[in-house]
Design a protein around this ligand. Structure first.
Ligand code: SRM
Ligand code: SF4
Length: 581
């Protein structure tokens, strides 16, 4: 075969591969672009690279049309994601984020589904300063996005402080080990114009990428650490997971899980959400090694020709779990033990105060869709700021977009309780079981991929559904409900008992039958339903659930038993069994 023919037959690499390769370890022309005052944007190639620095270029979609009419460029601004392994930050860091939110962003502090902070609406001329300030506060945005290992989730467990400390240490070790080594971040964002170094959170490493290589991973990779029986990190939705095995109140090791993921595209059945499989077991001292070898296996075998087929879940689906285990073990130079069984009993958060074995207390608060923003009748952002001023423990962001005021000493509890009362925050978990188990992604107006509203609509839809549930005496029933503005799955909709996924403005696909513990995918029940039809669809289902459910039967299990949807057993069967009526 001629050389030319051979090259023609080789599938073409995805465009992002060329951008990464040519970027000089993620530098591109970002530094020059920041100095260009003629536009609020960066070049399109650079916007792919800024993701690795935790920065997304966006524009305000609410005013796109009017800007176009006025012949103005879109209202560009930047979202930045602050990486917090395990979601833990100090009260001072909370206060700093709160201040940056006012000084440089749009006034909403967003707590994400992966225990990170997001600031939206930062204009180009403030971007470098914002990133520096975040680093001055000993946080960073490195690898919060991009084709690398992302923020590592860890169960924020307020019940057992000792186990939490151990699991958090592991999450931080994985995060540190898999952080890209390039100095590009420090050069672009943290050096001043004279080349002087600003304060940085960690010393720059030598100029090569020992784990990733210069084209990094084919796609993002997400890691989580869970402590059963709580699956609030949704371990089955992560590419890579470590489930703690606890014996005599100690973590003796971790069952390793691989191949979870949510994203798919409407109408493309080759894309599907998938739950992770158990790969093996390792002791705590082996965790970072195992994580590294899984990452390098994906680096070398993930599909770099098609970004819709590039996640670890497809590598495992295509090549098989046995092959994957063999490849990882040959890189490790030893075998993984058999996975140890584990059992979860919920994937939501448990609200209210709990005391731990050290005599400290922890308060889990419901934050609707993770949006910390003041409204006239609910000044939660101000209230949390006042609490941060007196709190001497820590804050923990949960992977359900909620917040734990953690490690409150008995000396501080009364003071914090008084502030909770003053700002009405004590009432924030006195809500229906449906609302307390709800999540919505950002979607409009900032997300460039949104097809429909999500966090701006779900609270109102829940209010309508709550009225029906109350009539039926189901208002306290915990039911997981999640909404996303598109099928990418940022609020992990495909494992919710009820999910709405945006199709077009005002239209959603409805999925039913996810597992209450996050262990079963749901199934499409109705496609492209108009907003105004939703209530009519749910009333009869809720009525039957109230009448016919068996003792303790979860809503997700009931809809399968009652025949509304078939059970989804495997990701690749997610699109089966649906007939459009
Ligand atoms: Fe996500 C892309 C927001 C968690 C799957 N996600 C995006 C972008 C950056 C849109 C874009 O690419 O232009 C969104 C920015 C919106 C905005 O204006 O802020 C966005 N994702 C979010 C957040 C903020 C949702 C939230 O309301 O909390 C979450 C941030 C997490 C973090 O702190 O790191 C967020 N995204 C997730 C999750 C949930 C998870 O990881 O547990 C998923 C599903 C799990 C998974 O990855 O499989 C998820 N986001 C995606 C995808 C689909 C990936 C795929 O494999 O198909 C995209 C699109 C993409 O990557 O091309 C995406
Ligand atoms: Fe945007 Fe879609 Fe993610 Fe929602 S699910 S934030 S609409 S990418």
């Amino acid at each position: 075969m001629s050389f030319q023919k051979e090259n023609e037959d080789k599938p073409k690499l995805a465009k992002n591969e060329t951008i990464k390769e040519a970027s000089n370890l993620l530098r591109g022309t970002i530094a020059e672009g920041l100095l260009d005052e003629s536009t609020g944007a960066l070049t399109s190639d650079d916007t792919q690279l800024t993701k690795f620095h935790g920065i997304y270029q966006q524009d305000d979609r609410d005013i796109r049309r009017e800007r176009r009419k006025a012949k103005l460029e879109p209202a560009y601004s930047f979202m930045t994601r602050v990486r917090l392994p395990g979601g833990v930050c100090t009260p001072q860091q909370w206060l700093d984020m709160d201040a940056f939110c006012t000084d440089y962003a749009n006034g909403t502090l967003k707590l994400t589904t992966r225990q990170a902070f997001q600031l939206h609406g930062i204009i180009k001329k403030n971007l470098k300063l914002t990133i520096r300030k975040i680093n001055d506060s000993l946080m960073d945005t490195v690898a919060a996005c991009g084709d690398v290992n992302r923020n590592v989730l860890c169960n924020p467990n307020p019940y057992q402080s000792i186990l939490h400390a151990e699991a958090l240490e592991i999450a931080r070790a994985i995060s540190d080990h898999l952080t890209p080594a390039t100095r590009a971040y420090h050069e672009i964002w943290l050096e001043d114009e004279n080349g002087e170094k600003q304060k940085i959170t960690e010393a720059p490493e030598p100029e090569f990428e020992p784990i990733y290589g210069k084209t990094y991973l084919p796609r993002k990779l997400k890691t989580a650490v869970a402590l059963p029986p709580c699956n609030d990190v949704d371990i089955f939705a992560s590419d890579l997971g470590f489930v703690a095995v606890i014996e005599d109140d100690k973590i003796v090791g971790y069952t390793v899980t691989v191949g979870g993921g949510m994203g798919m595209s409407h109408g493309q059945v080759k894309t599907f959400p998938r739950l992770a499989d158990a790969l093996g077991f390792c002791t705590p001292d082996k965790v970072t090694d195992v994580a590294e070898k899984i990452v390098t296996t994906q680096r070398d075998y993930g599909d770099r020709t098609d970004r819709k087929h590039a996640r670890l879940k497809y590598t495992i689906e295509d090549r098989g779990l046995e092959w994957f285990r063999g490849e990882v073990e040959s890189r490790l130079g030893y075998s993984l033990d058999e996975p140890r069984p584990f059992k979860f009993d919920h994937n939501g958060d448990r609200y209210g105060w709990v005391d731990d074995e050290n005599g400290n207390s922890h308060l889990t608060l419901f934050i609707q869709n993770g949006c910390v923003v003041d409204t006239d009748d609910f000044p939660i952002r101000t209230g949390l700021r006042e609490i941060a001023k007196v709190h001497d423990g820590d804050f923990r962001l949960t992977a359900n977009q909620n917040l734990i005021i953690a490690n409150v000493s008995s000396a501080k509890r009364t003071e914090i309780n008084n502030l909770l009362l003053k700002y009405k925050i004590d009432e924030c978990y006195d809500q229906s079981g449906l609302r307390l188990n709800s999540m919505a992604c950002v979607a409009l107006p900032t997300c460039g991929l949104a097809l429909a509203e999500s966090q701006r609509y779900l609270p109102d839809l829940i209010e309508e559904l709550e009225a029906v549930l109350e009539e039926l005496g189901l208002e306290k029933e915990p039911i997981t409900i999640r909404m996303t503005g598109c099928p990418n799955g940022c609020a992990r909709p495909y494992i919710a008992e009820i999910a709405f996924v945006g199709r077009a403005p005002g239209k959603y696909n409805i999925y039913l039958g996810g597992g209450f513990t996050g262990d079963r995918l749901n199934k499409l029940y109705k496609a492209a339903v108009k907003q105004e039809e939703i209530l009519g669809i749910f009333r009869p289902i809720f009525e039957r659930y109230a009448r016919e459910r068996t003792e303790g039967e979860r809503f997700g299990d009931f809809v399968i038993r009652a025949g509304y949807v078939a059970e989804t057993r495997l990701g690749r069967e997610f699109h089966d069994d649906f007939k459009e009526d």
